[in-house]
Design a protein. Structure first.
Length: 278
DNA sequence: CCTTCTACCTGTCAGC
DNA sequence: TGCTGACAGGTAGAAG
């Protein structure tokens, strides 16, 4: 269930073993994940240096020495593991079914990176310089200064969908998923059922601050997981983190003890406190 | 254009 | 024990 903080953790884990190194061998164990790997996927990567690895929203973005960019999305269940890393500590909790090992990168430093994804909602795509990509329409990063009260208020004004739905829209803000949207609107005391266009400027300021706080805290938790386990796993951050409302149905609200409710919006679960969130 | 719905995919778990 | 159905949810594209 990787959202921005988990993808950031993965990025930090992969960077030291991939950035600046050459892809010696790329192996695909099937023709597609969610989408087909493009034609010449292997030949366009093999022999190239990964010059920089960054994150944008929930995407990993690997720039190659050819100037092609490899976009990688973990979908729901994607994870990377690092082998032949002398500092890696094997953790059986992270073991994966090898039948879902779909992509293997072998770098010229002797490190092998395996992408495993049981549900195959993830995808990898090579984009040539100047070619349009999915990231073009992506909204600002939550921690960027341009993501602020006035920006969000402006984006929400006039919108007829709910605040829950609007915050999941990656063109408004990138990187948020179901979990951190639930958590952030709880902190901001806004009901998931509120219409986006009805959120006041004052509430928007509070909401922006809570989104930044929730994301920052989760990145820090992911960072400490990475340090402890020296492995790359988008799920680690979640295990260390307990949520105020997400998946807490019927549990007492941490603020007022009212039982947390679960409702379904746009086919997704929302968890909230109907006493605290208006 | 805007919003909502559905497909995609498999592992897990509750209930019978 | 084994079956069935619900659920997890990010994204794209269709439908409304």
């Amino acid at each position: 269930m990787p959202e921005l903080p988990e993808v950031e953790t993965v990025k930090r884990g992969l960077e030291p073993v991939m950035q600046g190194f050459i892809f010696e061998r790329v192996t695909l164990n099937r023709l597609n994940l969610r989408f087909p790997f493009g034609k010449n996927f292997i030949s366009r990567i093999q022999g190239k240096t990964l010059t920089s690895l960054t994150r944008r929203g929930k995407f990993l973005k690997a720039t190659l020495s050819s100037n092609d960019v490899l976009y990688m999305h973990l979908g729901m269940s994607g994870r990377f593991t690092i082998d032949n890393n002398p500092t890696a500590i094997y953790d059986s909790r992270n073991s994966t079914n090898p039948k879902h090992d779909h992509v293997i990168f072998e770098m010229n430093n002797g490190v092998r990176i395996t992408y495993n994804d049981p549900r195959r909602f993830g995808f990898m795509e090579l984009i040539a310089p100047g070619e349009p990509s999915r990231l073009d329409k992506m909204g600002p990063e939550p921690l960027d200064n341009m993501f602020n009260g006035p920006y969000l208020f402006n984006k929400l004004s006039g919108k007829k969908n709910t605040i829950k739905s609007a915050l999941l829209d990656q063109s408004i803000i990138s990187g948020l998923g179901n979990i951190y949207v639930c958590e952030a609107i709880f902190k901001a005391k806004i009901s998931p059922k509120r219409l986006a266009g009805k959120v006041t400027i004052k509430e928007t300021e509070i909401l922006v601050n809570e989104i930044k706080a929730v994301i920052k805290k989760a990145i820090e938790a992911g960072g400490s997981s990475l340090k402890d386990f020296a492995s790359v796993d988008g799920n680690l951050g979640y295990f260390q983190h307990s949520f105020d409302v997400y998946a807490q149905a019927k549990m007492p609200c941490k603020v007022c003890t009212t039982p947390i409710e679960r409702i379904v919006q746009n086919g997704r679960s929302s968890f909230y406190c109907k006493a605290c969130q208006k």
